[in-house]
Design a binder for this molecule. Structure first.
Ligand code: FMN
Length: 160
């Protein structure tokens, strides 16, 4: 599969606070290439999440999530949200321009080639991953210019 060139997205969701009186909730992000369009009518998209990853655990509880299609200049964002063993994502968002999606409350990365907000419609356990199929609630194009961040043979690439 490393021979299949893929676009790179950041999947995001907002983890609500455990206690509404306590500390605020946290934004969570995960770099992914296993993201695809599924249906046009109704509009559905899907992401495949490693079972037991933080995003898989979060989306088991939180039906609203978002996807930012990363631009070639956003390699550093992909890198930081792919790190294993992170304790918190709070600091990782600090220097990234983002807006909070109106439909999902999830971060939408500024300068991304496209952003989508989704509500989970179906979860399918598939081996050691969960396929999360979402109804697309909103779609926007923050950055009309710029090429995609791609991943091929284990490396980030940009189109020549
Ligand atoms: C280029 C790239 C693509 C990735 N694509 C996926 C993916 O589609 N699904 C997935 O579950 N993890 C994917 N990962 C791994 C996650 O980003 C990584 O496991 C996660 O951020 C680490 O958090 P965790 O410890 O909760 O898994 C990818 C990593 C990289 C570098």
């Amino acid at each position: 599969m490393s021979r299949l060139a893929a676009g790179v997205v950041l999947v995001t969701a907002h983890e609500p606070p455990l206690d509404p009186e306590g500390p605020p909730g946290e934004d969570v992000g995960m770099t992914a290439t296993a993201f695809m369009s599924v249906s046009l009518d109704p509009p559905l998209a899907m992401v495949s999440l490693r079972e037991g990853s933080r995003m898989d655990d979060l989306l088991a509880e939180q039906p609203l999530w978002a996807v930012s299609v990363l631009a070639e200049s956003q390699r550093h964002i992909a890198g930081r949200f792919a790190m294993k063993g992170r304790v918190s994502d709070r600091l990782l968002f600090e220097d990234i321009p983002y807006e909070r999606g109106e439909a999902s409350g999830a971060p939408l990365v500024g300068g991304a080639l496209a952003t989508l907000e989704c509500r989970t419609e179906q979860r399918v356990a598939a081996g050691d991953h969960t396929l999360v199929i979402g109804h697309v609630l909103t779609a926007s194009i923050p950055s009309a210019e710029g090429g995609p961040l791609a991943y091929f043979r284990g490396r980030y690439r940009q189109l020549a």
